[in-house]
Design a protein around this ligand. Sequence first.
Ligand code: PEP
Ligand code: MG
Length: 603
Amino acid sequence: MTDERVLRGIGVSPGIAIGPAQILEWDLPEIQQRRVAPELAEAEVQRLRRAVGDVQALLEDLRVRTERRAGPEEAKIFDAQIMMLGDEEFLGEVERLIRENQLTAEHAFEFKSLEVRMRWRQSSNSMLRQRTADLSGIALRVLRKLVGHPVGEVLHSPDGRPAVIFTRQLTPGLTVQFEREQVAGFASEEGTRIAHAAILARSLGIPCVMGLVGGIERIQEARTVILDGARGTVLLDPTAVEIAAARDVESRRQALEQELEATVGQPAVTVDGTAVTLRGNLDLPEDLESALHHGAEGVGLLRTEFLILGRTELPTEDEQARFFQRVAQRCQGRAVVVRSYDLGGDKFPVPFRPAREANPFLGWRAIRVCLDHPEIFRPQIRAVLRARRDGDVRLMLPLVTEIEEVERTRELVSQCADQLRREGVPAAQGVPLGVNIETPAAVLLADEIVERCDFVSVGTNDLTQYTLAVDRGNARLAGRFTPFHPSVVRMLKRVLDAATDAGREHSVCGEMASDPFATFLLIGLGYRILSVAPPALPMVRWFVRQVDLNVARAAADEVLQASRSRDIIAVVQEAVAQHVDLDLLAVDRLPGLPGEATLKAQF
Ligand code: PEP
Ligand code: MG
């Protein structure tokens, strides 16, 4: 496709979406700019209050529906929206505009919400930037109510077909908020494969392309588009022939997926009989069933920060314990690696109001927040200790850069265990403590870290970000963000050697492990435990079953000598081609498998 109608971005969630384009940001109703007679101002304020009340009721309803669809934790996303809408300071300013400037309720509300949105969008606080999409969603509903449009159908396309939603920035809150039947796919100008919204889109199985820099200018509302979430492309105004071809690709892909599903009950062993353990990464509670359905052998990464995403307060110890217990019971004795809150960076949910930071990714985040706030950390540790009675629940620490962070956590764990015993609460007396190796500091200290912890798991997303000094969420730099960089590959080897020498369990849980090409390299390097995004499990398992360990080892040896990402990718691609007929499988169209387009985008 060299066509001018093709927009190229990054495929972050596979699948083909065909439908009318809907630009979220611009879907505000047209507001007439007329004045209200002073004696009618109070009635206008009442009209505003009624509209706000109706939208609050609608959000409550969405909350209930989300609870049914995705679970109680996701439903709490709406608490934050309901709270935002009930902000008296904001509403007071809107009312002042009505009373003092004689604006209509819709004009005043639009004016104020656009003002706040601009302020948030330009803010250096990533949490506020993330919340702008929520704000837009609320404003959209209130304004539609005020001008008499149906508020509950904000996202329905004019002809009733599910829309392909275009937005500048897709946030985790926004992703979870949409009903699947309203959305065929997502496209955004910002973001990359590793952005948390992308991870969520994959979890929800909604095709998504990010990093369409400048793309919105080229899209016209309601025109049909074909979005290919594997290739990372959006085709504008497709012909009937192109639509038929896309449907054909989609059905072939689905046929292949069925074939992949058939591998679920089969062990992940290479052709020469080497077993690889495939665990699942859990972002949302609903991912648990998806992971088990796809044959996950336990949970290699349970991201706890999504338990508080969009909530107004932290989950209690009991809530966390219940959730960890449920996961442990469902995993029937297999490992469940609970990672302590990885707050900060691009994950600052509402209960946190951090001071403004110039560099949030280098700031007060993850284990630093938890150790500075034992009142946040303790309930989580206690919940893990309680859940450990139900299975092999473990605790893993994100963003470790100092040995002391492991030691201080150990102390906290033992204090919590003592407390629980004194209180007579049934709980384990200790928990295997692991380190998420995701900073160059942790790699260089790996041989000392493994002496002080029970297991390590490499988080290649952050490790790549911090090693290459490339923001994982910056679409402009997506071409530079690659775990196939020689420095990252050598670090993976270094961690593996340190853990092997110390006899510690070692795994990879970054998105790299969900990519079969990369899986091939990891197996060649010597990793035998991988934690994978649930939808990618069938493909990774199928792929492992095609691998000849000797070929993978030889490729890894060659890769370790290479000094360029380009050469590493070429070696891996050539070796993979010995196992898999890339043409037959239309490789660049397969979920999670980097095709030519993706490989090119890595430079
Ligand atoms: C990683 O950084 O690779 C990782 C697994 O953690 P997260 O993506 O949640 O930062
Ligand atoms: Mg990380």
